[in-house]
Ligand binder design. Structure first.
Ligand code: HEC
Length: 149
């Protein structure tokens, strides 16, 4: 029973997190690059959830709209959290998959869009893994990052 309640609470927190963009900009560190970057990263999650919604509903307009947002995000300066050539490759791959989703959605090819979405999801995981490992092993005092914990 307790476990169930805890689980439900966790899911609710996740749902709220996913649906509502962070609004408390006035609190404290609004101009710090760190919080701007975190905000952008959360936007990325929201947009990719919207793309999935479009895929599930066979709604090509929705897929195009939100995949376009992901492309815009990939071009923002704050997305470049690490200054390494490998990181740039991950960004490129992310953008290519988002562009592929737009292309397939324009062709009304739902299987193609779904495949591109799955590949995009893999780029999330790969880049986060790379970011975690790189930050952990760097000795320049950069803060360790907590992704997926
Ligand atoms: C090119 C690299 C890269 C790709 C691709 C990427 N991320 Fe991230 N993501 C990061 C980095 C770096 C951080 C940590 C930000 C920081 O601490 O500065 C992060 C953090 C996050 C966070 C935590 C934000 C917070 O609240 O602090 C979420 C959520 C997230 N990413 C979602 C996604 C999703 C969903 C995808 C795929 C659709 C994705 N990311 C793809 C680099 C990437």
């Amino acid at each position: 029973m307790l476990l169930l309640a805890a689980l439900a609470g966790g899911i609710l927190t996740l749902a709220v997190h996913g649906v509502e963009p962070p609004k408390d900009k006035d609190k404290g560190e609004k101009d710090s690059p760190k919080s701007k970057s975190a905000e952008l990263m959360r936007k990325k999650l929201l947009q990719s959830q919207k793309v999935l919604e479009g895929i599930a509903l066979n709604d090509f307009e929705k897929i195009i709209e939100h995949a376009d947002e992901l492309i815009v995000i990939s071009k923002e300066a704050e997305f470049k959290a690490l200054k390494t050539p490998r990181y740039d490759l991950h960004v490129d791959e992310f953008r290519r998959n988002a562009e592929e989703m737009v292309k397939k959605a324009k062709e009304k090819n739902i299987e193609g869009a779904t495949l591109a979405y799955m590949e995009l999801t893999l780029t999330c995981v790969r880049c986060h893994k790379y970011t975690r490992e790189t930050r952990m092993t760097r000795s320049d005092g950069t803060e360790p990052v907590a992704i997926g914990e």
